[in-house]
Ligand binder design. Sequence first.
Ligand code: DGL
Length: 276
Amino acid sequence: MNFYTRTLPIGVFDSGIGGLTVVKKIDDLLPAENVIYFGDTARVPYGTKSNETVIEYALQDAELLFEKNVKMIVVACNTASSVAIPALKEKYSIPIIGMIEPGTKHALNSTKNGKIGVIGTNATINNKAYSIELLKHDSKIEVFEKACPLFVPLAEEGWVDHKATELIAEEYLLELKEKMIDTLILGCTHYPILANVIQKVMGENVTLIDSGTAAARQIEELLIARGNRNTSVQKGASEFFVSDISTKFKEVAERFLGRPVQRFEKAEADKLRTRS
Ligand code: DGL
């Protein structure tokens, strides 16, 4: 690999701004990498949509990044990762990294009692993406899944330390606690924001798996294996594109990313057709 491919950006997309939690993990582990992010804020949420629609949107989102000459595409959205990876891999020859495989591997390394919980959007849980992948690697693993749709608006509202969030978490997570899981996969971009309250409700003995952290490690491994890790000593540049810019959005986005963002650009809308 030559210098040119090493300095190409990593493309990351999500249904909205939740994927910035994944960009944060990439920033932390691979600070020299240039990143181009696309958040489909006009069509979020994906977690309540049909698989057919999510696949169509994911292909359009990926195309936007591909046209910007990225060296790999990271599907930060767990919902899109749960259903669109085969279609994306078929279409593109550059590496496609989803959240399910890295999150699964990390969880399998962590569990001692073989009981793993998974939380995510309705679509991710209905698709059973995590349990299929977990059982593929170890058929003796017991997997317990639970959709926690209200966690997304709570994270966006910034209610990270709020009584209401704790009550809702207790309600959602009770059945997983009763199953005595020792590992819980946070299978949604937004859930790492609520990690403290989830940990409090689950108890200290349960290990939380952040799929974004696991994905950042897989990205690093892949870049090293392909010889196109950016070895610059300078901090990489980031560009942020979205399909809609609403009023409150910058504040939430910066909270998810953990740093200020100079500019969000609106992506060309003609690439993002809506289903008729
Ligand atoms: N980004 C989505 C995910 O990780 C959560 C928000 C949505 O439903 O689009 O599943």
